[in-house]
Design a protein. Sequence first.
Length: 273
Amino acid sequence: MKMTSIKMKKILEERLQCEEWKTVFNRDKDTFRVEWDDSGKGITITLPNVISKYENRGEKAVDELVDHVQEALRIMNETHELSGKEQHIYPVIRAASFPIETENGKKLVVEEHTAETRIYYALDLGKSYQLIDKDMLEREQWTEERMKEIASFNVRSLPIDMKKDTVYGNDFYFQSAQDGYDASRILNEVLLEKLKVEFEGELAISIPHQDVIIFADIKNPEGYDILAQMAMKFFAEGLVPVTSLSFLYEDKQLEPIFILAQKKPKKNRKGDE
């Protein structure tokens, strides 16, 4: 039987039962919200997005969502300090449409990245992390510059373990440690410069969701179309989608690639006449 918003709402109500939480279903907006009773702190789930993932991946998609919501709600009720936890601070990539304030009005620390993406900063808590807001920095008398330098160092220290796939003469390298920071590896300039030197063709990069990054050695026009198809597939499946667009890496800059079927970018590539 076809999954509907009402059926998904009932599944989530059963899976997210807790005396300290309350749930609210908004039929008009097609959303399901879980929050700490009377506090206003909580998470809003867009049901059509969950249903789409459920249809693609089955119960596993619901399991992952429930784990994510439970952990996020737990963190909301705790206070965390940055001092002494410097090695657990990382940058995270989010879509440009991602909020720049918490639901309680606290301003998150953000940095512009591309037209499609922004950089946020997180304190890793093991199974999950908390996005760092400006109040946290002020409370501990940290500057944004200090915090960003620490995060930049830490992202360069993340392990790289890529799997390679070759399609129509183009090489695709997948990094998916699922540590919450796979997409963040796009901020490792040392890695990008190394790949740029090693690759035969153009270096293209895709960060469709938080838990995967694709580095592509594009050697012919078909490579762009293949990368676009991969990015769209991953984007649709990700728990935390980022962007379905891919990027060319040139002169230490990321340029978005707009791809139509069988159309290659106007930018000249190595080997073009």
